[in-house]
Design a protein around this ligand. Structure first.
Ligand code: ZN
Length: 239
């Protein structure tokens, strides 16, 4: 992927060569920008001509994305699960590689001056979130499992969109790392919900009865979870 042009800091425009593509296509990829897919082997001159012919269309798409204000280069990251707010500093340096370090609630993200990439930035922040999520959510499952006396098999932390958690017949629990953007009471709700599935592998009356017994007020928490679900997660974590 080569960035051929940078428009502001929020969106990018790049071209990608594809073996499969039969013709040039221009795709809007919110929140990142516009991608031009070019069949392998086409001359640079020809591609540049096509890009110039479509400049107005490309700029319009870039502006559309800009105006939607996606939060993909955050200066602060709030993780209610940890009750901490992290400052993020981006350093464009004479370096070859991207890197991320965290110390004292400050994240330093170093990026090569020549290849500033919002996609790589998001991926690094996601990796950082994943590491945090593994330690926090594994602990939450362990604590609640002991408290409720419901043993489980394995835990897996992932990023499946729109699913907060699941539980398999093998008693394996899957949780979404984006739970870290929610309040601890909601994390407890999701963890308890999944642990209860170990006894009741469905959403039967017995399941809800069990859940409410071990977590009084669970219905209210479930409603709360539904209402905050999507608005709580920043764009950078979802891509
Ligand atoms: Zn369920």
């Amino acid at each position: 992927m080569t960035a051929t042009k940078e428009v502001g800091f929020t969106v990018e425009f790049w071209r990608r060569e594809s073996k499969k593509a039969r013709s040039i296509s221009i795709r809007s990829l919110p929140p990142y920008g516009v991608e031009i897919v070019v069949p392998k082997g086409l001359s640079h001159k020809f591609v540049t001509k096509i890009i110039n012919q479509n400049e107005q269309y490309i700029n319009q798409k870039l502006n559309d994305i800009k105006n939607r204000n996606f939060d993909i280069k955050p200066s602060k990251i709030s993780l209610p699960a940890t009750t901490k707010v992290f400052d993020v500093t981006y350093l464009a340096l004479e370096t070859e590689d991207f890197s991320l370090k965290e110390a004292n609630e400050t994240i330093i993200l170093k990026e090569p001056k020549e290849r500033v990439s919002l996609i790589t930035n998001s991926k690094l922040l996601q990796q950082w979130l994943q590491i945090k999520a593994v330690s926090i959510l594994e602990k939450a499952v362990e604590t609640n499992s002991k408290k409720l006396n419901i043993p489980y098999n394995k835990i897996k932390i992932g990023s499946r969109k729109s699913i907060w958690g699941s539980c398999s017949h093998k008693k394996n629990i899957n949780l979404n790392r984006n739970l870290l953007f929610l309040e601890p009471s909601l994390i407890k709700y999701v963890v308890t919900h999944e642990l209860c599935h170990i006894h009741e592998m469905n959403h039967s009356k017995q399941f809800w009865y069990l859940l409410n017994e071990v977590l009084p007020g669970s219905q209210k928490l479930q409603r709360q979870l539904k209402s905050v679900a999507n608005s709580s997660i920043p764009s950078w974590a979802l891509i």
